[in-house]
Design a protein around this ligand. Sequence first.
Ligand code: ADP
Ligand code: MG
Length: 634
Amino acid sequence: MTTATHEETLGFQTEVKQLLHLMINSLYSNREIFLRELISNGADACDKLRYAALDNDALYEGDSELRIEIDHDAEAGTVTVRDNGVGMNRDEVIENLGTIARSGTAEFLKQLSGEQQKDARLIGQFGVGFYSGFIVADDITVRTRKAGSAEAEGVEWHSRGEGEFTVADIEREVHGTEVVLHLKEDAREFADDFRLKSLVRKYSDHIEVPVRMPRVEAAKDEDGNDIEGSETTTWETVNEATALWVRPKSEISDDEYKGFYKHVAHDFSDPLTWSHNKVEGKLEYTSLLYVPGRAPFDLYERDGARGVKLYVQRVFIMDDAEQFLPLYLRFIKGVLDTRDLSLNVSRELLQQDPKVEKIKSALTKRALDMLGKLAKDKAAYQTFWNTFGSVLKEGPAEDFANREKIAGLLRFSTTQTDSTTQDQSLADYVSRMKDGQEKIYYIVADGFNAAKSSPHLEIFRKKGIEVLLLHDRIDEWLMSHLDEFEGKHLVDVAKGELDLGDVEDEEEKKAQEETAKAKQDLVKRVKEALGDEVQEVKVTHRLTDSPACVVLPEHEMGFQMRRIMEAAGQPMPEVKPILELNPEHALVARLESVEGEGFEDLARILLDQAIIAEGGHLDDPAAYVKRLNALLSA
Ligand code: ADP
Ligand code: MG
């Protein structure tokens, strides 16, 4: 037994008393965290000793195998957490286990309102640390000795968590610290081998210090039976004891990265790629982000699991910390380990912490860069795009700051390949732009075929100008948030005036003006016949094969988007299309020569056909069929 000398009783700092009171009352439902906190302190102590011993090997006192041991005694109702880390001297014990030395204490306490719930949230931000032992214990004894000091310089600290503690000098053979928790009656469940082991695995798997627990083994006789009285205790490492992301990149094999991915992402298949980064400076964090090879079942569910696994100083804090990546990158999996947050940070607190926003924007950049790198491998990127492309398309709307970067990662079908496979980038498009072409042209339709055979593309095919064929549900939404790429405007070919830039020469433009003049009369008659149903009638040179098309004013919501909104029950203000006529077309020539009632019927047929070609619905389809049949049988 140790003999304690020079014993003194001291009062806790006022703030500690407040904290103890608050913690015991508000963290009851989450009390298992005490073990995490104590292991974390043990790991920190090992880290500190490791660091100090870099200069002075003697500090190890011949025992450089740093470790944490967890022992328990069910009968006595105790749990002991022991480390062979740096330890503390008497002054340090009084300072560290009697006050809250961290800066920010005053501000923290000022924010306390006395309201149980609100304070419980705040306490997480503050970090409960060592004192969390009192959530489960009514009596705590700490024995410690600073590494490198004499055996006589051991210290024993003891408290019942009620406002005061005692410190005394003791003889202590080993350096490091042991914390003995005497469990409260209702917390005896923690003095259990299985329970402790599972908590260690849950919270401390990737702490690199081994966490060991005792196993009693008996020697065996020749027949394999236990030899009575031969029981010895061996120590078994319970956690994995390696924080993979902490190791230098150069020392981690691809297989190790893949294995770790499967562990964090609960996925059986390999990731497509990963990015491992260590950041020091204003922010201090390590991130290991992965792009999965397949989509989770809940990718499109609003409350689906997303985000990274958050560690603070290698201590597991939470799964699915969604605050560190934007929604459009919700498929990214991985780990964030930071020194910038408290161990007790909660989801609510993450939302308020300005550091979280900073880390988020850094991680977002990492993730986008990682995708940029992946794009160099066309096959792999295509797998990525086919799996997650439509999620990434949410990006420009959600993340204005990065939209140019995201735009570079998008892939499209185009008239160049005429394939439903979206595999062309905007950069590919730009590299193929024609001399004199200043804009990037696109069309949005309900499906690939509708896009591909839209009348709006006729002039573009004739001139050999490429057009992006957008046919995903989200595409119009995407394009409404993307108006430029590398300084080139993105233009919907079904909206506004057709402007082919210098691809058309002066002569062509002049000829178009002359045709427009020559057809003034026809245009006027058609407008009169259709009345309110169209906003305007024009002659166009967009068309080569079709007699007519409908166009929307430049800033109107597109046809596809309107249909989606209407389908979702969103009433849309009526918008009148502009009807454009192809002056070269035989039906238009015929229209010009018709007089009387037949004129209106034919004009209506042209309008209705243009709407159908756009994927639109007619108000009165039967009337259209009747008119068309009358025309066919005439
Ligand atoms: P934190 O770990 O955030 O500093 P804690 O309340 O957990 O806060 O611990 C307070 C301080 O007590 C630590 O900073 C450390 O100096 C000291 N301490 C706690 N546990 C140990 C230990 N096992 N070994 C050495 N020092 C410890
Ligand atoms: Mg701590």
